[in-house]
Design a protein around this ligand. Sequence first.
Ligand code: GLY
Ligand code: MN
Ligand code: MN
Length: 447
Amino acid sequence: MTSAVGSYQQRRTRLLQRMQPGAVAVIATAPEVVRNGDSEYPYRHDSYFYYLTGFAEPESALVLVAPIGEKPARSVLFCREKNPEREIWDGYRYGPAAARLAFGVDEAWPIDELDAQMTRLLANAPALYYALGHSAALDAQVSNWLKAVRAQGRIGIMAPSTTHHLLGILDEMRLLKDEDEATLMARAASIAGGAHARAMRFTRPGVFEYEIEAELLHEFRRHGAQAPAYTPIVASGANVCVLHYNQNNRQSRDGELVLVDAGCEFDGYASDITRTWPVNGRFSAPQGLLYELVLQAQEAALASIVPGRRYSDMHEAAVQVLAAGMLDLGLLDRKKYGSSADAIADKAHLQFYMHGTGHWLGMDVHDVGSYRDLTHEARPSRPLLAGMALTVEPGIYVRPGEGVPEQFWNIGIRIEDDVIVTDEGARVLSGAAPKAMAEIESLMRGQ
Ligand code: GLY
Ligand code: MN
Ligand code: MN
């Protein structure tokens, strides 16, 4: 828990305000997952649960009861009991009494009592909110709770008659970051930006991709980031054109590029940064031409990020610049396409730029929230609001092929930054990662 307890309380209150009076919401955390044998993957809480509690222990659930009439709202945490024997092996656990005080909930119970308490909490509640169809285990548990409450029908107890999908509400809440979240995201981006700078300083011809990856991971951990936010991509040579490359086991060579897409998770929040640099510290002329083009595309995309403009505007802005550049540099045929608009209409740019220009960013690297305005029948791309966080990541990837100018073969470039939308426009969080060509080159020269 790193945000103030009050922030989690405020989020619970905002959710309660969106619920039907007297209704009950259940949010369970993620299960522990076995890797193999007696080993588990490092534990990662469920993002929704953590968003509302700040509580990172496994085997926990949060129940919220919305106010009705004279009855106030209630928040109830279920967690593991204290267990001196287990704590010798696995370390400290709060237990309900300490968790209630530390996390500011009204009640806390041992997780083993969840079924019994749910029968009590759901009695006469008009509606139940939960993550419908999200986990087979939770679906089965909910069905058992409802059966248990219905079984009391003869003594006049009513079971909820309606279920609501909880995630739709929470996704919209998570889409707009509060101040605590923005602070944590800035920290995650600043650590990862520093890691990219460190990786640049370290790179020289002959290093293996995994050696560069090790520099990144070292920098993440030494600044307190708990984990990479996703499997890092460290690609050299022709691998720079493999979008989801992550074997990271090739030896780099003089004259090639290295493309690194790596971000860390800091106290539950992700950063997601890509930089591309020359293995030998100097961009070749063709590498430089494409690098400047992608940088210009990113600048155009960033300039389109203003409250009120649509989410898709940044992609359109980037594609416009990239397609024009592809024509100028001979990647697309001028004789075939009179203008960038013609090339875009024919989807010709997709040969070299085949992905979107970004995504929401937050607790999840591809964060939650609709990309469309669901209040309109046509569902257009949604207008941006201050507080939304997203990545801006145009690129260009030139695989060898007939008619493709050879000087650009195996050049792949992506430049990805993390931003928060403010009233003034995009606030870039990942500025610690050098981006201008001259800045990268002088850093790699050791200046
Ligand atoms: N690193 C994942 C992405 O850029 O979407
Ligand atoms: Mn991304
Ligand atoms: Mn990325």
